[in-house]
Ligand binder design. Structure first.
Ligand code: PRX
Length: 667
């Protein structure tokens, strides 16, 4: 399974405003962007943002047509949106374009031709820079390699690679010839590979001998070899030499990247593709355990990622932009590769772990390349807090001007730390809410325009109409109330469906609140219209009829000076229906034990109320996470309910965590 989150089981109950949620909304701090930042920003005031937003909602066709025309079309689109077969959308109808062309060729006739498109840092310390011109050549060559291997328009290509420049090269080459790619995160096992390759009937696989992670080799080719007997659709496997350890090459099937590239021509015209031509498939987990193939198409996704990269990251030509995600996940697709390159930005990518060789690796990179914009996940931020302020303090972070987060709700204390210790109190923070399904950022401050509140993703992107609704009445809840988050109008970068499963697409996303897209998240909207994401609705715990967002309890726990990180889950309870089990990791220099446990219970009672007191507090050395940093709550539920055997652990980042959790005190 790609992710642990359970998708779209329609929520049974309404998330009512409660004492606990009031507490989360008690976060009253407001951070206005500095005058200096606003003056130079693309959108310089709240009034300007509101004008832009209101226009986009009042006349969406006009708005999106204008944005669309900033990019290159071989044939102009005739109509912006066809929603007549809802929920199956068609955007930029009649237009033909190519995302690889827009990310590369478009810049070659400008001063960006010799600008760095990609700066890459390998985990062992090697590095490479590719200008737009150089990247274009490599992409054209690899597009020709693919064609030579028999891959044509419409054929699916599975990509299972480490975070090296050849990964974006492979994506852009696929996009160039119209072969939808399906990137499979390098942390997945051979079994997971089979499921995904099989589901999309991939014709070719692009992989590497291995990749570096915490000084060790991740043996990618070995996993591909294990998967191949069960992947009859695959005809060719291209293998990049990265780590250099011996691998088996199967005659007639496997080819070396460097050998085929050596003879490839650097000329390959970008194929004019229909705006709705499939661009990629990306698998994410569903409630049934069968991964869902989220698929995106060319034109709408291009326009959505282009606009949001420009607005949210306030990209300027001289910026170095560093997104720490892996291209195996949607964040890497949209905000390492397509969005930044469509804007002609310099995108920095790093191969390895944030704590290799030391816990200051990211800060070393920031200082080495004078990074201006840094985009990471709350879980990483909490790890940095745990590792200690001395690590960022060792490096010059003064080049940073903007910080971002994505992937889960950020607790206000982590936000404040990020602002202070990394951002030196001068960098706005963009807390960006979106999903694999949405393709692009949906709710986020536009820096320089929208004041931020720690823990809130703030206001919607232009053209995006989110609402918090009561799932029972399907009505919008009044300000301050809680409910489920839906999107009322289609948007260009929305998923077009689940690969090969239209029914599941309709049922999962469009049946909970008919006519609206159901996000699967719970949220609040405050009196200023700011959105506060409370986590997945299946992560909402119901204790004696009181609903608590796991994020709220976690936020309370993490605001205790001794706590580094915490994950709360609901466990069945005879009396109260559900009770809370809190897994807690403790900061260096603090002792776990009964005293701390008592103190934490008191602290939660103080922060939220007695109803949020965890029934179990378990101290653990680490939390189980996927390689993309998501906490695997399902495993915690299994452990908390004393199951001998836990469920699927294929996505677990570090297996030793399981043993640590089992040892955790049952409180
Ligand atoms: O629950 C929300 C959470 O991550 C989910 C989407 O996960 P995924 O498809 O893996 O995409 C992650 C990267 C875009 C959402 O349903 N989420 C994402 N960003 C935020 C968030 N929760 C709160 N705040 C965010 N900024």
């Amino acid at each position: 399974m790609a992710k642990t989150r359970k998708k779209a089981a329609a929520p049974q109950t309404v998330t009512q405003p409660s004492e606990a949620m009031d507490q989360m909304l008690k976060e009253r701090r407001v951070f206005k962007p500095s005058k200096e930042f606003s003056k130079a920003a693309r959108v310089g005031s709240l009034a300007a943002y509101k004008k832009l937003y209101n226009e986009s909602i009042k006349s969406p066709d006009k708005f999106w047509a204008k944005v669309g025309k900033e990019l290159h079309w071989f044939k102009p689109f005739k109509k912006v949106l066809d929603w007549s077969k809802a929920p199956f959308a068609k955007w930029f109808v009649g237009g033909t374009t190519n995302l690889s062309y827009n990310c590369l060729d478009r810049h070659l006739t400008t001063s960006r031709r010799n600008k760095a498109a990609l700066i890459w840092e390998g985990e062992p310390g090697d590095s490479r820079t590719l200008t737009y011109d150089q990247l274009h050549r490599e992409v054209c060559k690899f597009a020709n390699v693919l064609k030579g291997l028999g891959v044509g328009k419409g054929d699916r290509v599975a990509i299972y690679m480490p975070m090296v420049p050849e990964l974006p090269i492979a994506l852009l080459a696929c996009a160039r010839i119209g072969a939808p790619h399906s990137v499979i995160f390098g942390g997945f096992s051979a079994t997971a590979l089979v499921d995904r390759i099989h589901d999309c009937s991939a014709k070719a696989v692009v992989t590497a001998d291995g990749g570096w992670r915490r000084g060790k080799i991740v043996e990618l080719k070995k996993a591909v070899d294990e998967a191949m007997p069960n992947c009859p659709t695959v005809q060719k496997v291209v293998v990049l030499k990265r780590t250099g350890q011996p691998v088996e090459m199967k005659d007639g099937r496997d080819v070396w990247w460097h050998e085929t590239m050596a003879g490839a021509s650097p000329d390959c015209k970008a194929e004019p593709l229909d705006a709705e031509h499939p661009l990629y498939i990306l698998y994410t987990s569903g409630s049934t355990g069968k991964p869902k193939g989220i698929y995106h198409t060319t034109g709408g996704y291009m326009v959505g990622t282009y606009l949001t990269s420009k607005l949210v990251f306030d990209l300027r030509d001289e910026d170095v932009y560093f997104c720490t995600a892996d291209i195996g996940w949607v964040t890497g697709h949209s905000y390492i590769v397509y969005g930044p390159l469509a804007n002609g930005a310099t995108s920095l990518m790093y191969e390895g772990a944030p704590n290799h060789p030391g816990p200051d690796r990211f800060w070393e990179i920031v200082a080495k390349y004078r990074v201006n914009i840094f985009y990471t996940a709350p879980t990483a931020i909490r790890a940095f807090i745990k590792w200690g302020d001395q690590h960022p303090a060792k490096h010059d972070l003064s080049s940073l001007r903007l910080l971002g987060t994505v992937g889960e709700p950020i607790n206000p204390e982590a936000w404040i730390w990020y602002n202070k210790v990394i951002g030196g109190k001068r960098c706005p923070i963009v807390d960006t809410w979106w999903q694999t399904e949405t393709g692009a950022i949906m709710i986020s401050p536009v820096p320089g325009a929208v004041p931020t509140k720690p823990g809130s993703a703030t206001l919607p992107m232009p053209g995006v109409l989110p609402e918090v609704v009561d799932p029972a009445t399907k009505e919008k809840v009044p300000p301050g109330g809680g409910g489920i988050l839906v999107i009322r109008k289609p948007w260009p970068s929305m998923l077009r469906g689940l690969w090969g499963d239209n029914e599941r697409y309709k049922q999962v996303y469009w049946s909970t609140v008919p006519g609206s897209y159901f996000t699967g998240d719970g949220a609040h909207c405050d009196k200023d219209g700011y959105f506060w994401i409370m986590g997945r609705v299946d992560d909402v715990i119901n204790v004696s009829g009181h609903r608590l967002g796991t994020a709220e309890v976690e936020s309370a726990l993490v605001s205790h000076p001794a706590v580094a990180e915490s994950a709360c889950i609901g466990v069945p309870d005879e009396i109260t229906g559900q009770a809370i089990a809190a897994f807690v990791t403790v900061k260096e220099g603090h002792a776990a034990g009964d005293d701390l446990k008592a103190d934490l219970l008191k602290h939660v009672t103080k922060e939220i109320g007695a109803l949020a007191r965890p029934k179990q507090v378990r101290f653990t050395g680490a939390l189980p996470k996927t390689r993309s940093g998501k906490i695997m709550r399902r495993l915690l539920r299994d452990i908390a309910s004393g199951k001998e055997r836990v469920g699927d652990t294929t996505t677990l980042e570090d297996y030793s965590v399981l043993a640590k959790l089992r040892e955790s005190d049952e409180g």
